[in-house]
Design a protein around this ligand. Structure first.
Ligand SMILES: *Cc1c(COP(=O)(O)O)cnc(C)c1O
Length: 238
């Protein structure tokens, strides 16, 4: 079922990405597609890999670990969901990019484990660029703007932690269709990345933004990494 679905959804998605890139004067090769397999069975993973998708995203630690153990090799695993400090270190050595690092304390926990295992792990700093109280990320508990000096220095501190490689930033836009709300939450992430990289050029250029609902605007605003579930696999099983 998943294989058949991907035969139509993946080319359609690639066409859509290519069309937006053409309009925006961007090269589609700059935009990595992360297929979000959360809650879908292993069959979805097999179909995705068979279709040539190499980057897969999960939002729960236990589910990512189980799936990665069942399908070792050939997949780059992305952690995209909220992380508890206690469980997060289990990802080290398994997840290739931990996109949802939203506090320095969580980063410190991951850093300790990475050093223990003698590995380096890629991370993104998740930033709350929308001001929505329900969303996590740097800047979320502050009254002030997401780019307050305190937030900037926290992300810079994250980039100093040994064993971690800060590859860039991630954000989740509000689940709305209003362009006037969506566009700024993406452009803010891009501007924040530029500020941070002035202060610390070792920070990577990845901007993980754009989901099924808002990928066109995200690409127009500079996304280099889309996290797409529904447009590829259909509605998630509940
Ligand atoms: C589920 C999820 C996605 C994918 O959402 P779709 O709307 O199904 O494309 C992307 N990012 C995060 C953080 C998610 O939790």
């Amino acid at each position: 079922m998943y294989a058949e679905r991907l035969r139509s959804t993946l080319p359609a998605l690639r066409d859509r990405i290519a069309a937006v890139c053409a309009r925006a004067g961007r090269d589609p090769a700059e935009v990595t597609l992360v297929a979000v397999t959360k809650t879908h069975p292993l069959e979805a993973i097999d179909a995705a890999v068979e279709a040539g998708l190499t980057d897969l995203g999960e939002n729960r630690v236990s589910e990512l670990l189980q799936k990665a153990a069942a399908r070792p090799g050939g997949v780059r695993w992305h952690m995209i969901g909220h992380l508890q400090r206690r469980k997060a270190p289990e990802l080290i050595g398994v997840a290739d990019l931990i996109q949802s690092v939203d506090t320095v304390r969580l980063g410190e926990r991951l850093s300790r484990k990475a050093q223990e295992l003698g590995v380096e792990v890629g991370i993104l700093a998740q930033v709350n660029t929308s001001g929505e109280a329900s969303k996590g990320g740097f800047g979320s508990e502050r009254e002030g703007p997401f780019d307050a000096p305190a937030t900037l220095s926290e992300i810079l501190a994250l980039s100093e932690l040994p064993g971690l490689r800060l590859e860039g930033l991630m954000t989740m836009a509000p689940f709305v269709h209003d362009e006037a709300v969506l566009r700024p939450s993406f452009s803010r992430l891009r501007e924040l990345s530029e500020h941070l990289r002035c202060a610390d050029p070792s920070i990577g250029t990845t901007l993980s933004m754009g989901m099924t609902n808002d990928l066109d605007l995200a690409i127009e605003e500079g996304s280099t990494m889309l996290r797409i579930g529904t447009a590829l696999f259909g509605p998630r099983p509940t």
